[in-house]
Design a protein. Sequence first.
Lengths: 327, 334
Amino acid sequence: MAEKTLIEGIREALDEELERDPTVFITGEDVGPRGGVFRATMGLFKKYGPSRIIDSPLAESSIVAIGVGAAMNGMRPVCEIQFADFIHPAYNQIVNEAARMYYRTGGATTVPMVIRTPYGGGIGGGLYHSQSIEATFAHVPGLKVVVPSSPHDAKGLLKSAIRDNNPVLFLEPKKGYRLIKGEVPDGEYTVPLGAAKVTREGADITVYAYGIMHFYCRQAADEVAKEGIGVELVDLRTLNPLDKETVLRSFKKTGKALIVYEDNRFLGYGAEIAAILSDEAFHYMDAPIMRLAGPDVPGVPYSHKLQDWFMPNPQKIAGAMRKLAAY
Amino acid sequence: MAVATPQVDIHTPSLPKDMLVEMVTAMVRARKLDERCWLLHRQGRIAFHISGMGHEAAQIGVAFAMRRGHDMLYPYYRDLSLVMALGMTPRDILLGVFGRAGDPSSGGRQMPAHYYYKPGNVFSVSSPVTTQVPQAAGIALAEKLKGGDRVVVTSLGEGSTSQGDFHEALCWAGVHKLPLVVVVENNEYAISVPMHMQMAVARVSDRAAAYGVRGVTVNGLDLFETHAAAKEAIDIARSGGGTTLLEARVARLTPHSSDDDDTTYRTPEDKAALKMQDPLPPLREKLIETGVLTEKQAKEIEERALAEVDEAQRFAESAPFPEEAWGAGPVFAD
């Protein structure tokens, strides 16, 4: 077992699945000899050749549509959208086609495909290289939405996503690609989709997060622990279908919930968590359910100073934790 | 430089007699069923119908050029004749029209004309237009990656060629020389919008050059011309020669759908001229004239088709509705 970065976990999953299953292939912009703009597919073109690693035309709708078609003809495509911000031209193919195919064919046709895309801010990407798109897509029945927050989970969840018989949107926290490091077992293992994980136990408050926000929440939890605040941290890992059981179990223990996400606050993922807690665990509630999220503006601004203003970070999260614990 | 509206001017058939009888029977069956659906809608017994009348010759020409049951079809909503030629029966279609549990397309989940028929390798139609074309390219790419010999046929209207998905699909088709035939059933109207407001080229097939694929335009009212062109396109696709953009000039004999009123955008002269563009009567005449059919046999084909539609209607109308639980899913596959 070695310490690796999150993007190395992703690359290992791709490599091992390409090796294991001849129906797996990768397509997307610059995924070939270039190895992807973030280097997620680095070395794979050389190893597997141009019929397994296919540079696509610069046309996102077709990147997904080609995957939908290929998946319906016996393949397991892994389609890369270079930045989540550019997924919108493919919205129709994802939402109207990939996600609805199983239902509209009465369960007779499946679309086993993965759409990988780097998302989120904090890298100086401005309005169009920083977007968080999870709420939009997690709203869609028939589409699984997965977000890893550690190298271990990145590898195990991606392998599960590739083997899943449904379309899976696999959101990669790009700020964490090289920032987040951790132990990754060598060789075969998977992490199941649809299972959240309690990554830190605590008695005072429950904090729900995913992706890079989970990484920041761990730091913030360490910080407030010094002040005697016990944070229970739940890494949601799969946003659809949600592991409600784990979500509710932790809340029933602490009675206080904070949801942290960098997507803008209004109708964001935290709103659904808050609604579920209030619907199904109202009598356990000891404080108003809190959300710490990005502001409701049309994007993460570019200027470093403005970006810092936008992004939740360990300091802001620690502040919210203190406020909730004190309620 | 508009291309003249197609007229029915049928070539003399050179196909085997059995096949000719089968082809004309397929067209007549689809027509009788189509007419019945209009009637059912006007009687208030069904919510919606969208017609393929005027497209039958083109669709049957294409269908009979395919290796049916082997090749794959990703159709669009006007392809009643095509999907019937690939195995759907009047019972199957009417179960969908009446929203019954036995509807093979979706068990009553989708609107009528959103065809899906797995035994015939027919992929599932949705409502946003042109989404099927890049998916068909993906199906064809997979076929090529697997080393298979099945050709993918996909179809759409001329209005749908304005969508970005059309352009994106043909980029892939050209770059990868995909085993694909893209059939544009050009009936000159996208609901109410005429072709000259849709594109500035005279032929949809003129666009093929931009993608490095073959472009062919045929008179889609002529069964035999369409069949020959489709056969050539499919043979080329199967032998590794890549994609053809096949434009079949057809006529839309009806309004866009049961909810449309084409008198708001078609002149009385235009509508009157449509009667001369019905591909069925001249075909019947030609087959009798060339001794393929007798008058009596032609009449029998029509009577049999009508009887089949009558029976299918009785069957479908008395078939059970889906259970409510069927609405609830499952949403995800295991």
